[in-house]
Design a protein around this ligand. Structure first.
Ligand code: MCA
Ligand code: AMP
Length: 505
């Protein structure tokens, strides 16, 4: 039966003995074996009564089996909902409840803590560990290695990716098969991926970058990936000589440049380095070229849209810019107040339209309406301009967002928690420059009258309910928050005040 995403990315490789994954221990996994395992998992999940269109929430460490679980969901017509492994049980509960997931797959170590949550929400709970073992794999082992692909169209939903919001509540971005396919096709062509490529894959696979950009493109091209559980500098240095391409967040590049073993010789054979998810400093771009002779290709995307712009493959990859709108993607810069398109060169909010743009936020029609216009343009919340040569520059954000090492953090979510702590009257959470993560989180606390909040206890409270990457790296106490005449907190003043907290020599 027809299932465009499965047929194009996975089914096209049926029976191929070519290597799909190179694993850290030197072993390899062929396309054939990978697809066989995916089919077995698809059987196991459907045997649980999970049906096409149901959501499968997945919080597991990166492994070939975790990727096979993604393929299984596509083949069985299920909506794949990957979750950051750093999320706490509190955070996870919201996602499972909001998405009404039929199945939650978690690490065996988290099973005990999550079991009552899954039970309360009526979701099945199965496990998959970083060693590729778990209840879902045990069940899969008893099944055949072919599965009758569920019928789907490009309009059917393939994935939900949760993205935080300025109100502190995460929204499930609904991505259709067509959204994912169109972007994979465009990027494969644009970045010239072929079956000869070996992509060094050290990104997590619970986000657009590692799952859809890196993995879908490789699948479409029929290439291979050196599939690493995470970014580890020593392993990267070891594996770079065997790869032809790498995709990373800026922290990957600054960490590589910080190591003298990373030389031009090590990557002289390389075809392509891509950066995204956060701004790449022009200085990093320049240093990278000086060290290796390669110009990093920077691109710009979002969870809701996949990739929107890219620097050219041929032609000038301009530092400090995110290049041009991708083929099929329309991009305009508008006045945030009126929504009117601005003249070239003027700074405004970036809006995009194209087959890559998502279908809306799950069960949040008012939020969808606020960000996705009736004419199909999505208001990104990023501020930018288009220069005289057509290059898009991102100059800031119209949304209160911190990007730390490529992870998005919405201050509101942390402020809500800080405001509840004993002795705290109110708080403001800001992002300040950080040499490794680009930006990091600082919390400014305003005590209640005559109170002196216990900063250590507040840090502990943050640890309990928020993922590690969201924890403030510093909490400071002030008498009052700077406000403008409308009463709005002037975070820019706080950002200036604490700008050098982590970067001062
Ligand atoms: C780990 N930690 C972090 C982060 N990562 N803290 C803040 N921000 C982070 N990004 C915590 C760890 O838990 C640890 O805590 C401490 O910081 C130091 O960990 P370290 O070992 O140095 O970190 P790591 O494991 O090496 O991870 C850093 C990383 C990783 C390699 C930059 O965060 C990463 O792979 N980021 C990529 C994110 C990504 O794929 N973003 C794409 C989103 P402790 O000290 O307590 O142990 S998709 C997207 O944005 C759009 C669509 C797009 O355009 O791509
Ligand atoms: P997310 O919501 O996690 O998908 O993150 C998307 C956001 O990351 C965008 O709205 C931008 O603010 C930011 N982003 C992604 N790529 C870039 C880039 N190359 N330069 C600057 N910001 C970027």
């Amino acid at each position: 039966m027809a299932n465009p995403l499965y047929d194009t990315l996975f089914g096209a490789h049926a029976g191929k003995s070519d290597t799909f994954l190179h694993l850290p221990d030197g072993k390899t996994l062929s396309y054939k074996d990978f697809l066989g395992q995916a089919a077995q998992i698809a059987h196991a999940i459907t045997a649980l009564g999970v049906k096409p269109g149901d959501r499968v929430a997945v919080q597991v460490e990166k492994s070939p089996e975790a990727l096979a679980l993604y393929a299984a969901c596509v083949q069985a017509g299920l909506i794949f909902l990957p979750l950051n492994t750093a999320y706490t049980a509190d955070e996870l509960e919201y996602f499972v409840e909001n998405s009404e997931a039929a199945l939650l797959v978690c690490d065996p170590a988290k099973e005990e803590k999550l079991a009552p949550i899954a039970k309360r929400l009526g979701a099945r709970l199965e496990t998959l560990g970083d060693d590729g073992k778990g209840s879902i794999i045990e069940m899969a082992a008893g099944h055949g290695d072919t599965f009758e692909t569920a019928e789907r169209t490009e309009d059917d939903l393939a994935a939900f990716l949760y993205t935080s919001g300025t109100t502190g509540r995460s929204k499930g971005a609904m991505l259709s098969q067509g959204n994912l396919l169109s972007n994979a096709r465009t990027l494969k062509e644009h970045w010239r991926f072929t079956s000869d490529d070996v992509l060094l894959h050290a990104l997590p696979i619970f986000h657009t970058h590692g799952l859809f950009v890196a993995t879908n493109i490789t699948l479409l091209a029929g290439g291979a990936m050196i599939f690493l559980p995470k970014f580890d500098l020593d392993v990267m240095i070891d594996k770079l000589p065997q790869a032809t391409a790498m995709m990373g967040v800026p922290t990957f590049y600054t960490r590589l440049l910080g190591d003298e073993r990373f030389t031009g010789d090590l990557v002289s054979h390389f075809r392509l380095f891509v950066s995204g998810s956060a701004p790449l400093l022009a200085e990093t771009h320049t240093q990278f070229e000086a060290r290796t002779g390669h110009r990093i290709l920077e691109r710009y995307g979002m969870t809701e849209t996949n990739m929107n712009t890219s620097n050219p493959y041929d032609g000038e990859r301009r530092a400090g810019t995110v290049g041009f709108p991708l083929p099929g993607v329309e991009l305009k810069v508008t006045d945030p107040d009126t929504g009117k398109e601005l003249a070239q060169g003027e700074v405004g909010q970036i809006e995009v339209r194209g087959p890559n743009v998502f279908q809306g936020y799950w069960r949040m029609p008012e939020k969808t309406k606020a960000e996705l216009r009736d004419d199909g343009f999505f208001i990104t919340g990023d501020l930018g301009k288009i220069d005289d040569d057509g290059y898009v520059h991102i100059v800031g954000r119209n949304k209160d967002l911190i990007i730390s090492g490529g992870y998005n953090i919405y201050p509101k979510e942390i402020e809500l928690l800080l405001d509840e702590q004993p002795g705290v009257m109110e708080s403001a959470v800001i992002g300040v420059p950080h040499p490794d993560f680009g930006e990091t989180v600082v919390g400014v606390l305003i005590p209640e009258k005559d109170a002196s909040p216990d900063v250590d206890a507040i840090m502990e409270a943050a640890k309990e309910s928020l993922a590690r990457f969201k924890h403030p790296r510093k909490l400071v106490i002030e008498d009052e928050l700077p406000r403008n005449t409308m009463g709005k907190v002037q975070k820019n003043i706080l950002r200036d005040r604490y700008n050098d907290l982590f970067t001062e020599a």
